[in-house]
Design a protein around this ligand. Sequence first.
Ligand code: AMO
Length: 435
Amino acid sequence: MRESDNLELKKTHYIGTLALSMKGQQVVVGGWVEDLRELGKLTFITLRDITGVAQIVVVGADNLKQVANLNRQSVVCISGIIQESKARDFAYEIKAEKIEILSRAVHPLPIDPIGRLESNIDNRLNARALDLRNQKTASIFKIRHHVLLSIRKTLSELGFLEVNTPKIIGSASEGGANLFSLKYFEKQAYLAQSPQLYKEQLTLGLEKIFEIASFYRAEKSHTVRHLTEFTSVDIEAAFLDYADVMEILEKLISSVFEHVEKNCIQEQKTLGIEIRKPKTPFERISYKQAIEELSKRDISLTFGDDLMDSHLRTLGEVHPGFYFLMDWPMKLKPFYIHEKEDNPDVSKSFDLQYGYLELSSGGQRLYDPAKIRSRLIEQGLNPSQFEDHLKTFDWGMPPHSGWGLGLDRLMSIITKIDNVREVVLYPRDPERLFP
Ligand code: AMO
């Protein structure tokens, strides 16, 4: 509910910048009423903005009348003087002189945004904007911001250019399965599953590129790690082999943890977690070693069998942290992955795992168009649908490698929160299309 459009008070300070050393100074703060205690001649308001909380003392008949019955989560601007506080939780408080009520919260609210009353994840997601007033939820997204900042910094310093590729596409990038189709005027279009083909093509003009964007998978997976719209961090680099891009991924993960450890101290406290830089180098185990390890645990697989969720869970018990699972059989890998020269059944590919969870996959790419054509046919795909892509391989395509990293899964590891829905603002899964 809107109170007034004539804003007289203009916020001069964020709460996080105030201190007792500013005693006597006049400030204007603006935020949300987290708590309000009416004690007769005095009302205490706990006011929160994005940077913190402050105690406001309201005295005087007019001011007291103004805040009487003010619902929690209403929006106010308050001009007042900083003074010492006797309260246990506050070193200073603001003695209100002028109060403007900008917007009244209408109760009952769908969830308790302070988190005193626990709400289940569905109710929280249904009221996501309000859920962000819960400091635990806000901390997740402050950390996410820092993760993105760190990724952009690391990749830029390594000479990668950030690009944006189309999300509305005319044919599949990763093969036909899991594609969302949509009507594009009179034509059929799809939502991109990954930037795979574009990022490979861009290496011939820009050499080293990265993209951070939403991609779409029409998978009816009901797990804590699958979304139909997820954020992917993708890189592709000319003249690098798969060992080189694995090193880049390791460096990037390590820098992200280091950055968040240092820059998100309050957020770690709020979430009750300690974020620590993982030990590098990450362990590197081959697919062949993995199936040997599994056979010691009475799981018998032959070369070429895919690793199912249960297998990855067993491997995750043996390798609980980050590790690369590499050199997968060619037959399990997409058409664009390069084979090993000394053993064409084995690919130059890898997944980055965290325990059972796959965080990233990548590899060295084929860059001989004839080989790509025959791989497409082998996999039951029609090369004629890839002609726009294949023709670029005749324009001076360099050897290249890259990977795609699931940002939402990385966030769930950093924050130690299992369900990726918690670390995405407005998650999309087979059931959830709103808000
Ligand atoms: P892949 O399909 O393995 O590889 O995807 C890369 C990473 O993206 C994340 N991811 C998902 N996260 C949440 N929900 C989903 N439905 C989902 N699907 C994938 C995972 C996964 O490891 N083009 C290749 C990458 C490359 O080779 O460069 C690709 O898309 O963390």
